[in-house]
Design a binder for this molecule. Sequence first.
Ligand code: SPV
Ligand code: MG
Length: 436
Amino acid sequence: MKKNKIAYVALSADLLHHGHMNVISKAAELGNVVIGLLTDKAIAKYKRLPHLDYKKRELIVANIKGVINVIPQKSMNHKDNLKKIRPDYVVHGDDWKIGIQSKDRAEVIQTLKEWDGKLIEVPYTHGVDSSSLNQSVKRIGTTPNVRLSQLRRLLAAKEIISINEVHNGLSGLITETACIKTDQDLSEFDGMWSSSLTDSTAKGMPDIEAVDISSRLSTVNQIFEVTTKPMVFDGDTGGKTEIFNFTVKSLERTGISAVVIEDKIGLKKNSLLGNEVPQSQDSIKNFQEKISSGKRSQITNDFMVIARVESLILEKGMNDAIKRAHAYAEAGADAIMIHSREKEPDEIFEFCKLFKESDKQTPIMVVPSSFNTVHIDEWKEKGVRIVCHANHMLRSAYPAMLKTAMSILEHGRSKEAADENCMPIKEILELIPGTK
Ligand code: SPV
Ligand code: MG
């Protein structure tokens, strides 16, 4: 090792493998190693949230032989850190010569020229990569505590998160694994929504809190068996405050990250019915008490109680919606869900603007089922933090199943349905790992 030389290595260091060690030991031959450790935010921008948070990753890399310092690297771009520490070398795997990182590579070379620094590239280690390690880790599963804490970590690391409705193991698996990779980034769902509407509907029951909490939790447990992503649970009205306190503990124990409760009382009907059916809103004071009491009941710091404002659904006006949202946040709600059944997003946009004028902190969650034309980037611009696709797995499964049932009846055989609507038997046998 050459004295007084600095070798800089940028790393996520989440699933460390011998490929990373090759890079670090090359750097250690060249000088004192400074690790630019990518922050959770920097990683979440282009791939999934790391399994280990920054502090844990920092502890690991700080103890690797040759490493004298670990500093945060706040984006994929090396430039700011390089200018700060002016290293003699940057050491990196040679796989970034092509693909999305090649621009970054060119900039590193350019920046190093300013003080005669050099880029040293280590041949890529074949046969191991972080994506397949990540899949193996996912196959092992997760624990309730790790899963629970993920929602708050995601909110801290990402500007906006997107969750998808799940009502059984299979819709859970789809939400866990569906992914679109482009050169620029990776798009996948951050978490799951346990919808009262679709959990009830999947059981052939009306969405009126008739499916009790034990049955709802049994669905959740089936989903948790085969997934690792965090879940937001639709808690309907939360029921009586004294009972909601127990619900919070049960949800937390299961590893659910957040419960959404809506400010309605009496027999709950689905919000998308609006005033077509009789529905009553709770008083602000009562609902505040329910929120605070739920917050007092939770054991961990990570669990979230999200208050859902039904004023726009019940046509009580924007002032009422804003007044209630602030009152619920004051009572301890960790986020506000604002709902609407308008086709246009205008009243939700207006709510976001007005609410944020006096509360920039409390996250806003939206459920764009009727106002579904808004792109996620536009929600981001409006300051929304959680977008929930609340029912689309079930709404797409049901018509497909009905079509198949009708086709079998119509043709007196299954050939037409199988040819037109069904996945091949071979594929379904390969769909679930472990079937063979
Ligand atoms: C659900 O998914 O059950 C919801 C959202 O509560 S909504 O159906 O739009 O009311
Ligand atoms: Mg519901």
